[in-house]
Design a protein around this ligand. Sequence first.
Ligand code: FAD
Length: 329
Amino acid sequence: MNAIIVLVEPEAQGASEVSRETLTFARDLAARAGGAPVHAVVAGPAPDEAALLAHLGEQGVATVHRAVDDRLSAYAAAAWAAAVVDAAHSASAGIVLAAGTPRGNEILAHVATRLDVAMAANVVEVDGVDPLVVTRQVVGGSALEEMRLDDAVAVLSVAGHACDPVPVESPSHPEVTTYSPTLTDTDLVARVARTEEAAADESAALTSARVVVGAGRGAGSADGFKDLLELTDLLGGALGVSRVVTSLGWRPHHEQVGQTGSRIAPDVYIACGISGAIQHWAGCQSAKTILAINTDPDAPMVTKAHYAVIGDLHEIVPAVNEELRARLG
Ligand SMILES: Cc1cc2nc3c(=O)[nH]c(=O)nc-3n(C[C@H](O)[C@H](O)[C@H](O)COP(=O)(O)OP(=O)(O)OC[C@H]3O[C@@H](n4cnc5c(N)ncnc54)[C@H](O)[C@@H]3O)c2cc1C
């Protein structure tokens, strides 16, 4: 039985949680595929090699392929992919996996190109092993797609939290094989040149708010948010906006809700002047109650909302604010 090899992303103390989830996913897949061995490949720096090895043992890894080359010390997707491909060849791997992180997906895209095979990103479930059929998230997690992987080597990333990281009953003692991957200058053209401390997470108030007032193009201009901000304040909530609003520079990006913004799950989402495009819906669909305020009765946000008020938000929101002010004293 061909091995299954997992690209593992190290963190300060061991393997990242999503990498451990992916190893558990790989183990289940290996069991269904007749007991294939699970290998791990580590390409970049690992702050704590001993903790990393312990995590890999807890996940029942048989062999660790440890790429060693100073040029891998900074992240370079193509170079790390070269290391994964070399390890996959030496393990005679039939399946290559990584966690569906930005790096995992980027590296596997390079791996699939080098192996000239298809890649399934963000897999949540294996439906069958012969042939390999998987279910994966698409459209920012709004839809599921079934995909059949017929190539000699299957390349797939596993969506975060598709399963829990479950340790094996008796940890293994993985054999560690160090190797120097074959790297070319072009593999190193795009690489991390410097890193900076991340700024404080300014979207925390938005993602934890119980009430979110949403504002879209219907706000009209950067000056059109006064009443919306007052409504947000009266309700003790947070303001969330559509991408049009951030692209036009009306509000900062950390307020954006959607596929390329924050995912929110408040008790109430009041979407004002937002059409409800699929990319916005991906970020707000988990709200328990959605109220849309929109001039268009056929806007997707209106048809999907629990409640809707059809009309101009510049008339409705001030009226709501007035009523709230009166009730709140
Ligand atoms: C790869 C990709 C990623 C994306 N990611 C995101 C994302 O994360 N978040 C996101 O929001 N979008 C995202 N988008 C953009 C998305 O497709 C839409 O273009 C965007 O959500 C539309 O914003 P909007 O609803 O504010 O504007 P519009 O679609 O222009 O809708 C404006 C709405 O306001 C209503 N309206 C106008 N005037 C008033 C008024 N006075 N009173 C009441 N209603 C009024 C209109 O009837 C309309 O329904 C993404 C797109 C792509 C391609």
